[in-house]
Design a protein around this ligand. Structure first.
Ligand SMILES: *Cc1c(COP(=O)(O)O)cnc(C)c1O
Length: 342
C-alpha cells in the first residue's frame, strides 16, 4: 500500500462518482449545449451567490482568465508573495495579461488592509497602475491557512474605495468554509471573481469553475476559447463536480482532523524544528539540520509514503479523500519511529 500525501490532487474518483460521470447527459459545451456543464455552473454560482459561472480545465486556467479579464497591459496585480497565481502559474500573469505583479509579504498568505494600501500605485507614470488584488483561501504555501471573514471584508473595503477588482483563488475554498463555518454565500459577496477547484479536496479528476457577473463570465468565455479551453462533452467531468458538491464537502472535516493528528505527532519528533499551525488539510513542517528534505523524502518513499517539499528543509503532507484512518495510524507509527532510520 502506498500512502500518497504529496497533494490532494492525487485522489481518484470513487465508484459512486464514476457512476455519476458514466450516467451524465452531455452535449457540445462550445455550442452551449451540455446540460450537465450548465447544471454544475448554475449550482456553483448559486452556492456562492454569483450571477454566472464557467467550467474550465484547471485552477490555473480559471485564475489566468480572471486576471486577463480584470487587467489591461501596463497594469499591476497585487497578491501575497506565495500566491499560486504568482508562484506556481509559470509567469502566466506576464505572459497572458502583459501585466506586472506586486507581491506582499503576508503572514502565512494572509495580508492586511494596511499592507495592501501601502502597495497600491496611484497616478504616477513611473508605476504600473494597480488594478487587481488576488487573495488565496486557503493559502497553499501558508500551510492551508484560512482567511477570517473580517480580514476579507477589510481587503474588499480597500478595493472598493480604490477602484480595484478583487479575485479569490479558492482552489481550497471549501476547506476554509468547513474549517471556519462561514457560508459560500458570505464569502462570495466580497469578490468580483472566484475560482473554485473540484480536483483538490473534493476529489474529482479534472475541473475548476470561475464565478462572477454575467458580463465578466461572457468575456471569460472568449478568453477560455482563445486559450484552447473550449471543450465539448465536458459534462462527464462536470457530473463529477456535481457529485462532489453533494457528497464531498462535509467530509473535508475528516481530512482536517487527520492533518491535526499528523501535526501533533510531528511536534514530538526530534527531527522536526517547527510545524506550521494546521488549520485545514495541509501540514507543512521544517526539518532540523540533522536531515535534508531530499533525504527525508527518499527515506519516507522507501517506506511507501510519499510527501513533497515546498522549500529548503520544508516538507508537506496533504490529507485527502483517499487517505484513511488506517493509513493515518501507519503514518503516525512511521513518523514516531523515523528517527531510527537515518
Ligand atoms: C492547485 C491550485 C490551483 C490550481 O491548480 P491547477 O493544477 O491548475 O488546477 C490554484 N490555486 C491554488 C492555491 C492551488 O493550490
Amino acid at each position: 500500500m502506498i500512502i500518497d500525501l504529496r497533494s490532494d490532487t492525487l485522489t481518484k474518483p470513487t465508484r459512486f462518482m464514476l457512476e455519476a460521470m458514466f450516467n451524465a447527459r452531455v452535449g457540445d459545451d462550445v455550442y452551449g449545449e451540455d446540460p450537465t456543464v450548465k447544471e454544475l455552473e448554475a449550482k456553483t454560482a448559486a452556492l456562492f451567490g454569483k450571477e454566472a459561472a464557467l467550467f474550465c480545465a484547471s485552477g490555473t486556467m480559471t485564475n489566468q482568465i480572471a486576471i486577463k479579464c480584470f487587467t489591461q497591459p501596463l497594469e499591476e496585480v497585487i497578491c501575497d508573495e506565495g500566491a499560486h497565481v504568482y508562484y506556481y502559474e509559470g509567469g502566466g500573469i506576464a505572459f497572458n495579461s502583459s501585466a506586472s505583479t506586486r507581491t506582499i509579504t503576508g503572514n502565512r498568505g494572509v495580508f492586511t488592509a494596511d499592507q495592501l494600501i501601502a502597495n497600491i500605485n496611484k497616478n504616477d507614470i513611473h508605476n504600473p497602475t494597480s488594478s487587481l488584488v488576488v487573495i488565496e483561501n486557503t493559502a497553499n504555501r501558508g500551510g492551508g491557512r484560512c482567511w477570517e471573514l473580517a480580514e476579507i471584508e477589510s481587503i474588499a473595503k480597500v478595493c472598493k474605495e480604490e477602484g480595484l477588482y478583487l479575485h479569490l483563488d479558492g482552489a481550497r475554498i471549501f476547506n476554509a468554509i468547513v474549517a471556519k463555518g462561514y457560508s459560500a454565500g458570505e464569502v462570495g459577496s466580497y469578490f468580483d471573481g472566484i475560482s473554485v477547484c473540484f480536483s483538490k479536496g473534493l476529489g474529482t479528476p479534472v475541473g475548476s469553475v470561475l464565478l462572477g457577473t454575467k458580463p465578466f463570465i461572457q468575456k471569460a468565455k472568449r478568453v477560455r476559447k482563445v486559450l484552447g479551453g473550449g471543450w465539448r462533452q465536458a459534462g462527464y467531468l462536470a457530473a463529477a463536480g456535481i457529485y462532489a458538491i453533494d457528497n464531498h464537502i462535509d467530509r473535508l472535516a475528516d481530512d482536517h482532523k487527520r492533518a491535526k493528528i499528523i501535526e501533533e505527532t510531528l511536534k514530538h519528533c526530534h527531527y522536526v524544528k517547527t510545524v506550521v499551525p494546521v488549520e485545514t488539510n495541509i501540514v507543512i513542517f521544517e526539518l532540523t539540520d540533522a536531515i535534508s528534505e531530499a533525504v527525508f523524502i527518499q527515506k519516507m518513499k522507501e517506506q511507501n509514503i510519499l510527501c513533497a517539499s515546498p522549500g529548503k528543509q520544508m516538507i508537506r503532507f496533504v490529507t485527502h479523500l483517499d487517505f484513511t484512518d488506517e493509513m493515518l495510524d501507519l503514518l503516525v507509527g512511521k513518523l514516531k519511529n523515523f528517527k531510527n532510520s537515518f
